[in-house]
Design a protein around this ligand. Structure first.
Ligand code: ADP
Ligand code: MG
Length: 231
């Protein structure tokens, strides 16, 4: 778990409580949690070079310790299909972010693989003062925000625990496949939950972790956004 400890220690030394998306994704990958491929660019030409390497379409995102909710700041542009589109999106994001928060420190722009559309789920962890690391699972969007259809379990999770968290959701029929929605790969989601549990148990300095969203596919799943907050 080399990279994980290194990234956490560096953030602590710099007095940062919130890890950057690329940092959180390196940690996830180290715990076998599938994440979109990415590279951090520092100018528009570099961004289109990375997009060529990653393959189109791509998504561009702001990387800044001062911007937590990236889309709120105009810091996310999806579905870019050509080098000129990537280069202008690069400049557009900088412009949006400057308008949103003129003194935001910019680390670079993340160029990442665009994950195909699918059912969005949310995986979280929160360190409860009484119960310790607690894992959360739910479906994205209105299911979490409006219906509060989420399940919690105290870590460490067994795979049976993880499966229960998924199958006991009210919205579980949607994951099982419903009308035009194909069934999601439940095993892949179980594995993400167990790996998140292992990640936060190994690293007690993590206060909050948010994989929002994770796209659930018929085969596999992919994390497109990851956030980690330290104590
Ligand atoms: P934030 O939550 O900080 O605003 P996200 O990284 O979650 O930013 O991006 C906002 C939305 O853009 C996501 O909820 C998702 O719908 C979409 N998105 C982001 N990255 C990708 C990606 N790599 N592939 C597909 N969709 C993406
Ligand atoms: Mg997000």
């Amino acid at each position: 778990m080399n990279q994980t400890k290194k990234i956490i220690n560096r953030a602590k030394k710099e007095g940062r409580k919130s890890l950057l998306e690329p940092e959180a994704k390196i940690i996830c990958a180290e715990y076998d949690i599938p994440v979109t491929k990415f590279k951090v660019a520092s100018n528009n030409k570099e961004a289109s070079k990375y997009a060529n390497e990653i393959g189109y379409p791509v998504v561009l995102k702001i990387v800044s310790p001062d911007i937590i909710h990236k889309s709120e700041a105009g810091g996310v542009i999806v579905n870019l299909k050509t080098p000129p589109e990537v280069e202008s999106a690069y400049e557009k994001i900088l412009e949006n972010v400057k308008k949103y928060k003129s003194d935001a420190k910019i680390v670079g722009i993340l160029v990442q693989e665009m994950a195909p559309n699918s059912t969005e789920v949310i995986v979280g962890a929160i360190k409860d003062p009484q119960f310790g690391q607690t894992i959360m699972f739910g479906l994205g969007g209105i299911f979490v925000e409006v219906l509060k259809d989420v399940n919690f379990k105290i870590a460490p999770l067994t795979s049976t625990d993880a499966e229960d968290m998924i199958t006991q959701l009210k919205a579980y029929p949607l994951l099982k496949g419903f009308r035009n929605t194909p069934p999601a790969d439940i095993e892949a989601l179980v594995s993400i939950l167990c790996n998140v549990s292992r990640l936060v148990m190994d690293n007690p300095e993590i206060k909050e972790l948010d994989l929002n969203p994770v796209l659930a596919y018929q085969i596999g799943a992919k994390t497109v956004d990851a956030r980690i907050i330290l104590e």
